[in-house]
Design a protein around this ligand. Structure first.
Ligand SMILES: [Zn+2]
Length: 93
């Protein structure tokens, strides 16, 4: 699994400082989206860990949840920050 995380940032604050982004792919509905790291850090704190299992606890696919499918069949990918592309991805309250 470690090869999926080429970056060393372990928390949202680390990611903000490094300027890297985070995208998510849902296997349930095949949607892809870029997550807003700054917004996540605001909501969950800069100390929020951001490895796969940490993210699964705070992120779910709203479309699959609404459709009654597994809403956490997700894969997260670290990448360089790109222009805003996110649509409809929601973090748990
Ligand atoms: Zn989905």
């Amino acid at each position: 699994m470690s090869n999926k995380y080429p970056f060393s940032e372990g928390t949202l604050g680390d990611k903000l400082a490094a300027g890297t982004g985070l995208s998510v792919h849902c296997f349930g509905c095949q949607r892809r989206a870029v997550l807003d790291v700054a917004e996540l850090a605001k909501r969950f704190g800069r100390d929020q860990p951001c490895l796969h299992w940490d993210l699964l606890e705070i992120i779910y696919c709203s479309e699959c949840r609404a459709a009654g499918r597994d809403d956490r069949n997700l894969q997260f990918t670290n990448h360089a920050v790109t222009p805003e592309q996110r649509k409809g991805w929601t973090a748990c309250p």
